[in-house]
Design a protein around this ligand. Sequence first.
Ligand code: 5GP
Ligand code: ZN
Length: 113
Amino acid sequence: MTDCLFCKIIAGRIPSKKVYEDDRAFAFEDVNPQAPTHVLIIPKKHIVGLKEAEEADAELLGYCQIVAAKIARERGIEQGYRTVYNVGPSAGQSVFHLHLHLIGGRALGWPPG
Ligand code: 5GP
Ligand code: ZN
C-alpha cells in the first residue's frame, strides 16, 4: 500500500533499524522503545490490524509470533517478554499496518496500562 508508513519501511523508502527479514515478515527496532528490547514484527502483506485480519491470514500471524520468539531467544530475554497487538485507537494503535510488539529486557508489570 503506497500511503502506509510501515509498507514504506518494508520497501526501504523510510529508513529503519532492521532486525530480521524474509519473504513474509520484516522486523525492526521501534523508534520510541518502551524497554531495552522493543522490536516490531510485521507481515509484508498490508493488513490494517488484528480486527481486520481474516482466517486466511492465520498462518502469517502465527509466523510473526514465531519470528518474535526467535528474536527473543537471540537476544537472551527469555526470562520474560511480551508479544502484544494494540488493537484499535483506544488500545493505542497508532499505525494501521498490523504490527506485533516484542517487548522485553526489563521486568514487566501486570496488568498493562
Ligand atoms: P502502536 O501504537 O500502533 O501499537 O505502535 C506503533 C509503534 O510504531 C509505536 O511504538 C511507535 O513508536 C512506532 N513507530 C511509529 N513510527 C515509526 C517509525 O517511523 N519508525 C519506527 N521504527 N517505529 C515507528
Ligand atoms: Zn502497510
